[in-house]
Design a protein around this ligand. Structure first.
Ligand code: 5GP
Ligand code: ZN
Length: 114
């Protein structure tokens, strides 16, 4: 996906503040953070969004969630708590069409989100 910004970050063609890297995923800080910790965990291989996931993605997803925990521990928010979010579609506010797990922490968060 040559025109996908997250594919380009994964490929090293665009800069990003990378905090973790595994064979199947990359974690980098959100450009416009909504919390003191706001990291995006993305799969290396392009997939549009969480609505496209199937059993064949089980290994990749396990790595994404494992990386999210590593990020939370690294930022010191594992004990205080953090939120994991996949946005799907317009009503959820999905803007980048490359699967990404938001890792948000470092402040109390309202539920339901606004
Ligand atoms: P979505 O709304 O699609 O769930 O989340 C997309 C996120 O990507 C937003 O929080 C936005 O701030 C972030 N974002 C958009 N473009 C870039 C970029 O070029 N670099 C980084 N690090 N984050 C980006
Ligand atoms: Zn992509």
């Amino acid at each position: 996906m040559a025109d996908c910004i997250f594919c380009r970050i994964v490929a090293g063609e665009l800069p990003a503040d990378v905090v973790a890297r595994t064979p199947r995923c990359l974690a980098f800080r959100d450009l416009d953070p909504k919390a003191p910790t706001h990291v995006l965990v993305v799969p290396v291989d392009h997939i549009d969004h969480a609505g496209e996931l199937g059993p064949e993605h089980a290994d990749m997803l396990a790595e994404v969630f494992d990386t999210a925990r590593t990020v939370a521990e690294g930022d010191g928010v594992a004990a205080s708590g953090y939120r994991l979010v996949f946005n799907v579609g317009d009503d959820a506010g999905n803007t980048v069409p490359h699967l990404h797990l938001h890792v948000l922490g470092g402040r109390p968060m309202a539920w339901p989100p606004g």
